[in-house]
Write a protein that binds this ligand. Structure first.
Ligand code: ASP
Length: 439
């Protein structure tokens, strides 16, 4: 059994958190490869080290500002080291980073130093080998990840060490300079390491006990999802549910490695298991989660006999392509079709698009509906549970909410409903209550 663990910023924000992390790691000898984030917030108004570093970079030409800000960063690390009682110094490293400031090194280099320094401390504290991500995670010149080189290098390097700490969030470019992933990217590092060492599980340690069925800002105290498939998670994250960096799913998914979202502050909680194939055929409440997003626009097109007009849809979609716009959903009837788009994407060319569609397909009518919100009800259990859709519609009808659009994905994994933005939160609440509280 081999486990790869990634600890997020709040799990490594100060010495007290470092102690919890070490206890977790040392409690199982299978917990061998550890990916560390930069120190995050210790309290809500605190600033993450990554943000402090980026701020330093923004003021690179203001030496006094950079000096004071970087001293504050150094002090956070010094405090962790002394509070842990470590006989260890990062002073040389600080000096190197200061020199890089003077030499105007790149933005990503500075951003990455947060994880670099934190992983050094963690490796020392655990007495594990420190392995620099810059020497085993590689990007191509176009900025994409060199997946195979990364995979073989990580596995070759880690083969030499039974236990190691690797900083998250960055790798190197073909010319050796440092490049980071997008924000939150340590999740991706963890996933890459897990795949490369063929881990049995990728434990992603954070400050919540897993994914919640619904955004807790919308529904009070929602249930935690105990098991979710990668596909279900994809549907929910697309609609705004966040628990993990979106791109972190792919490496482990490819290798069939489950992810366990765990809470550093409540390690006994089971958390959420993200798996390729769920052990339970359906979530306890049939639905696994609900997520929603406002800010959509629908274009409704009607034309008699449109279904027998060859190339009709293509011509409509071509107008979007010409404006370089992606559509989100395309529910269609016999003589009607609707295109759901992100309002922000089309706000500058609404008139042009409808005029183009009229020119191309000469519809009987075309209407634009703004202020639409989409609500996705996701659950692998829907395939086998009759009446799920009826229950959703009943919940909305009881709450007096008008449904403007319905779309069931061909995977039968989700039902997407369009409602007016003003009804969006009420809709999510109503659906949650129907499935969770009325059973
Ligand atoms: N420290 C980086 C950030 O704040 C990366 C990470 O934590 O995953 O985005």
């Amino acid at each position: 059994m081999l486990k790869v663990l990634k600890f997020g910023g709040s799990s490594l924000a100060d010495a007290a958190q470092f102690r919890k992390v070490a206890d977790i790691i040392k409690s199982e000898k299978e917990r061998r490869y550890i990916v560390a984030s930069a120190p995050g917030k210790r309290f809500s108004s605190d600033i993450k080290i990554t943000d402090m570093l980026l701020d330093c970079f923004e003021h690179l030409y203001d030496e006094e500002y950079t000096d004071t800000s970087f001293t504050a960063i150094e002090n956070r690390y010094r405090e962790i080291i002394s509070d842990l009682g470590l006989d260890y110094s990062l002073e040389e490293e600080f000096k190197n980073i200061r020199t890089a400031f003077v030499n105007h090194a790149g933005r990503d280099y500075f951003a990455s130093r947060g994880e670099y320094l934190n992983a050094k401390i963690l490796a020392k504290y655990l007495d594990y080998k420190f392995v620099d991500a810059g020497s085993c995670i590689f990007f191509n010149n176009d900025g994409s990840l060199d997946t195979e080189k990364t995979n073989t290098t990580i596995s070759k390097v880690l083969e030499k060490y039974e236990y190691a700490v690797i900083p998250g969030f960055y790798g190197s470019m073909p010319n050796g300079t440092i490049k980071t992933f997008s924000r939150g990217g340590s999740d991706i590092t963890g996933s890459l390491v897990a795949r490369a060492v063929l881990a049995d599980i990728y434990e992603n340690w954070t400050d919540v006990s897993g994914l919640l069925m619904v955004d807790p800002r919308l529904v009070e105290n929602p249930k935690t999802v105990s098991e979710i498939t990668y596909r279900e998670l994809r549907e929910l994250s697309y609609m705004g549910a966040t628990v993990l960096h979106e791109e972190a799913i792919f490496p482990v998914r490819k290798a069939g490695i489950p992810i366990n979202i765990k809470n550093t502050n409540a390690p006994e909680d089971k958390g959420t298991m993200i798996v390729s194939k769920a052990i339970t055929e359906s979530s306890e409440n049939v639905i696994t989660g609900i997520a929603g997003l406002p800010g959509f626009t629908a274009i409704y097109i009607e034309k008699d006999m449109m279904n027998s007009e060859v190339g009709f849809t293509r011509r409509v979609l071509e107008t979007l392509e010409n404006h370089n716009i992606c559509f989100e959903h395309l529910p269609s009837g016999i003589d009607t079709m609707s295109i759901v788009l992100r309002s922000d994407d089309i706000k500058d060319f609404k008139g042009n698009i409808t005029a183009d569609i009229v020119k191309k397909v000469n519809p009987d009518s075309i209407t634009l509906l703004d202020n639409l919100a989409l609500v996705a009800v996701v659950g692998r259990g829907m395939i086998s549970a009759a009446g799920t859709a009826a229950k959703i519609f009943k919940a909305l009808a009881d709450a007096n909410i008008n449904i403007r659009m319905i779309d069931q994905g061909s995977s039968e994994l989700n039902i997407i409903i369009g409602v007016e933005e003003k009804d969006y939160i009420a809709a999510i609440k109503a659906i949650y209550n129907k499935f969770v509280n009325e059973e």
